[in-house]
Design a protein around this ligand. Structure first.
Ligand code: NAD
Ligand code: TYD
Length: 351
């Protein structure tokens, strides 16, 4: 069956894995990648699919309602998979309004366009909203987030994602749009912007720079291989019933400090350094304001109903991730020097 799918935020970390998966796995689908190319959007993430017959890149901002309406008017999309967002908690603490604009207003603009241009065909269309476990707030030493855990966001990032989730559900309940939402734990893997913990630490260790650990490093995150997230999105997109929510997680909890020590060991091995060398770079720094203590996802609904399970052991995934960063020095250099930002002009502007 032919499907025209609009994927937003496809030039980012997770979005690029989702775009790649859909372009390669579903040659009969037309994949439109809509991305503003903020600092986090990088078309170098997608060079292996950029010439595929079923792929098209569209540069644009989901905050611009008229532009979004035009796009929906021009293309009769069958579905949206919405990943575009401002995604970094520390940036949300510094500039909350950017998060309100993209994550809340941008999402509502997409919903409004879907509501308007899909009229009379809601049962044949699908709006898939990609969200985060951070909307559930923080856990203590025990317990896990389930799909029925109440929302309790603490950072401007998680508050903006919670708000967008509420709007998506409201458009289902009020107007009858076919929506699905997934809330995923922390992702790791290739093409991750080096401001987030794991790629930042890899890059700093490689360059013999301090590895900043917030507070005492006691905070716990549940890490999932990004390709397992993309596979979960694929399964949920195709199989979830309308209005449903799925939690996605790795059942893989790590205290930040333990994760960083594991990573330091892997880096010593890969770089041929004496054991213990990289750990000397660990530097405890002032804690993040409002820092959530622990996230842990119960993904049993997804496992039992749709048969999805994580594929990779964490240590294996971390080694693969380190290998990717060490083998893709040019990508890392381009990203850290912001060179990638001219790639759109070079490759696309004249197309
Ligand atoms: P990212 O920051 O790497 O990428 C975001 C992408 O969105 C970028 O390509 C950026 O250019 C684009 N974008 C930002 N503002 C835009 C706008 N106004 N219009 C159009 N495009 C815009 O983010 P990510 O880590 O890949 O996260 C993708 C989605 O998954 C987000 O919705 C995030 O909340 C969610 N999520 C992320 C994680 C994680 O661990 N990274 C975990 C769970 C859920
Ligand atoms: P991050 O990768 O920013 O993801 P999130 O805040 O969405 O979970 O951070 C992961 C964890 O690592 C979080 O507890 C904050 C911590 N952290 C550090 O200790 N040092 C750092 O330099 C960064 C970026 C994060």
């Amino acid at each position: 069956m032919t499907k025209k799918i609009l994927i937003t935020g496809g030039a980012g970390f997770i979005g690029s894995h989702v775009v790649r998966r859909f372009v390669k796995k579903y040659p009969d689908y037309s994949i439109f990648n809509l991305d503003k190319l903020t600092y986090a959007g990088n078309l170098l993430n997608l060079t292996d699919v950029e010439d595929a017959a079923n792929y098209k890149f569209v540069k644009g901002d989901i905050v611009e309602a008229e532009f979004i309406n035009d796009l929906f008017r021009t293309h009769d999309f069958d579905a949206v998979i919405h990943l575009a967002a401002e995604s970094h908690v520390d940036r949300s603490i510094a500039s909350p309004m950017d998060f309100v604009m993209t994550n809340v207003i941008g999402t509502v603009n997409l919903l409004n366009a879907a509501r308007e241009y899909w009229k009379g065909a809601y049962d044949k269309k699908r709006f898939y909203h990609v969200s985060t476990d951070e909307v559930y707030g923080a856990l203590g030493e025990t317990g896990m987030f389930t799909e029925s855990t109440s929302y309790d966001p603490h950072s401007p990032y998680s508050a903006s994602k919670a708000s967008s989730d509420h709007f998506v559900r409201a458009y289902h309940d009020t107007y009858g749009l076919d929506v699905v939402i997934s809330n995923c734990s922390n992702n790791y893997g290739s093409h991750h912007f080096p401001e987030k913990l794991i790629p930042l630490a890899i890059n700093n260790i490689k360059n013999n720079k301090p590895v900043p650990v917030y507070g005492k490093g006691e905070n716990v995150r549940d890490w999932l291989w990004v390709e397992d997230h993309a596979r979960a999105i694929d399964v949920i997109f195709h199989e979830a019933k309308t209005g449903e929510t799925y939690n996605i997680g790795g059942h893989n909890e790590w205290k930040n400090i333990d994760l960083i020590k594991l990573l330091c060991g892997i880096m010593d091995e890969k770089l041929g350094r004496e054991a213990g060398t990289s750990e000397k770079l660990i530097t405890y720094v002032t804690d993040r304001a409002g820092h959530d203590l622990r996230y842990a996802i119960d993904s049993s609904k997804l496992q039992q109903k749709l048969g999805w399970v994580p594929s990779l052991q964490f240590e294996e995934g971390l080694k693969k991730t380190v290998d990717w960063y060490l083998e893709n020095e040019k990508w890392l250099d381009d990203v850290t020097s912001f060179n990638y930002q001219s790639y759109y002009e070079k490759q696309y502007a004249e197309r």
